[in-house]
Design a protein around this ligand. Sequence first.
Ligand SMILES: [Cu+2]
Length: 67
Amino acid sequence: MSDITLAITGMTCAHCVRAVTQALAQVPGVIKAEVSLEPGLAVIHGEADVGDLINAVAREGYLAVPS
Ligand SMILES: [Cu+2]
């Protein structure tokens, strides 16, 4: 099992963190997603596709870049 770290741009409050966390958690293969507002970072545990993760974050209106 590997961890994936994404830098997330655009989050401004706890609601954003929750939205990103839930979006990531719904991607197939994700066991757990931990998102922090400051710095904007997501650590994803599991075997998810990085492109799927980035797209899930984008659908919520935020920018994710592999970190
Ligand atoms: Cu917010």
